[in-house]
Design a protein around this ligand. Structure first.
Ligand SMILES: [Zn+2]
Ligand SMILES: [Zn+2]
Length: 164
């Protein structure tokens, strides 16, 4: 259900580009940060989202949800693959990694930035810097590295800033 929201916001923003190429957004949990396949560009970003534990139903917000995009434009067909890093509950033992739930606002802000990267990296447009910060979540306490999939893979702090 959340993937539908991503897809429809993505297609709306792609439509605003006014290009004849068609683009699709694919969810791929096997994407490796910093290792895009040859010919693919990467955009990696720390975003804001909410998680909820499927064992105890507790929910928590996080402002360090790593999202990795790999994108390619090839013969009028553009492809974006996205991986949203998961987190798990710190109160349950052996808690499963949970998918993040993003607000429509924050999906929109994230994909807007992605579209800028597509214009720069795939269409070689020269865009000035623009900033639109995420709506920060009220996170209680520090980021829990032990419960963050991106931290476990050593990529979480790489682009920790929310404002770029
Ligand atoms: Zn739990
Ligand atoms: Zn982390």
């Amino acid at each position: 259900m959340t993937t539908l929201e991503w897809t429809s916001i993505f297609q709306t923003k792609i439509g605003e580009l006014d290009r004849t190429d068609s683009w699709c957004l694919e969810f791929d949990d096997s994407l490796v940060p910093d290792l895009p396949n040859p010919g693919w560009e990467q955009y990696i970003r720390s975003a804001c989202a909410r998680f909820s534990c499927s064992k105890c139903k507790r929910s928590w917000p996080s402002n360090r949800v790593m999202v990795v995009f790999h994108m390619r434009l090839l013969q009028n067909q553009g492809t974006v693959k996205v991986r949203r890093f998961r987190q798990n509950c710190k109160q349950c033992s052996e808690a499963p990694m949970e998918e993040a739930t993003f607000s429509a606002d924050n999906i929109s802000i994230l994909l807007e930035k992605l579209l800028e990267k597509i214009r720069i990296k795939c269409y070689h447009e020269d865009l000035g810097e623009r900033n639109r910060p995420f709506r920060i979540m009220e996170a209680r306490g520090p980021h829990e590295a032990a419960h963050c999939e991106a931290c476990k893979q050593g990529i979480c702090s790489m682009n920790g800033t929310l404002f770029f």
